[in-house]
Design a protein around this ligand. Sequence first.
Ligand code: NAP
Length: 450
Amino acid sequence: MLRVAVVGSGPSGVYTAQALVQQSAVPDVRVDVLDRLPCPYGLVRYGVAPDHEKIKSLQQNLRTVLEDERIGFLGNVEVGARGLSPARLLELYHAVVYCVGAARDRRLGVPGEDLAGSFSATDFVSWYSAHPDAAGNGFGLGGRSAVVIGVGNVAVDVARILARGPEELRATDVPRDALAVLEASRVREVHVVGRRGPGQAKFTTKELRELGTLPGARVRVDAADLALDPSFADPTGLSPANRRNLEVVRGWAAAPPAPAAVRTVTLRFFLRPVELLGEDGRVVAVRFERTEPDGTGGVRGTGRYEEIAAQLVLRAVGYQGVPLSGLPFDEARGTVPHAAGRVLRGGVPSPGEYVAGWIKRGPTGVIGTNRPCAKETVTSLLADADALAGRTVAPDPLSAPRDLGHDPVAWPGWLSIESAEAALGRSLGRGRVKIADWAGLRRAARPDAA
Ligand code: NAP
């Protein structure tokens, strides 16, 4: 039997587990999927926006995989400096696949970034997604104007959540505290700002179009920004997706003024942030430099500046991988060095160690991108199977799960959390409502211990 640990139960981890058991080259493979959190599904639970029901329903597919009898789930198991070391995992398993994602936000590197009222969009997403590490975060939504920096899908997600009305949000699984703050939000203007043009924006067209469908919000595009983009006159070289994005923003810019709405989402382009301006330690505006295309897909500064007032700033400029103690790390790329998924130590494949997902290829692509990525890694692992099976490992770690940490939460514990969240939702007259704090999750995982 080949015993494999997969570290991380987000899409890349679950697709890796699935690829390991759905193959015939090595008949008897057992997989333990470990997660730092008591709950599985990674960014599908803690990153996909709460109003994206259809994408969230992917959890059902991931669940079917984790319920396979050859796969075990163990949550609340930390790997790294504060938990199991990679060396210890190699004593317990023939092979370990790290699917730990990219947990940190990228920094802007401009003055004022840490003023009160300026947050990374990833922290904002974690908070309204009930990530237990974000439970104590307070987001003041008492100001009228918000600036979102970046024009990727995370920027669109947070802008949409800010632009939705209370009724729309109540229908989601947003946790109670976050819902109360969002319901009382006074934000009426959301500015989403890109440093390059709409032809280079990273958002996908479906997500972009959705901004124009929000019941209580209208979208504005500044025609003067679009005039700077040569892609409109000559879209050669743009991907079909970028061309579609151009069409959507051009349509909005040309549309007659939309009737007044409660909230306005304004898309701005060719503005790069140079400073967050504060008063009494709180952000009051963002200062941007006007940019212009440099002819190679990038931009250069023009020496002209513009300020946009904002009491809330969300920096949505991408995720970044975090080094995991005991594993090699490429600081420049924010990934673990690898060859077709085999972890490289000193440039040489390290027997039994693999990576898949964002920690392997960087924080790009949609959920489905993780499927071929996981498959490539599993192909490498299976090619090494004979040598891996010859390694001596400890007896089945799941027979003594404490070997994996202090208080692991196995699949029945997760099912108890799901039931508790459904019951919480019923008691509040809503659908399922997520439990947002560590203590609550741990209690819910062990209802008999209470
Ligand atoms: P992203 O797609 O990489 O977008 C980052 C944005 O930040 C870009 O517009 C980038 O501009 C800008 N940026 C980076 N550094 C900047 C700086 N110093 N100043 C100003 N702007 C800066 O990252 P993301 O939005 O975090 O998304 C991560 C991944 O998750 C993507 O693959 C995304 O598609 C995926 N995702 C998908 C969904 C969905 O499918 N609904 C939802 C959320 C996330 P430049 O292009 O000029 O660098």
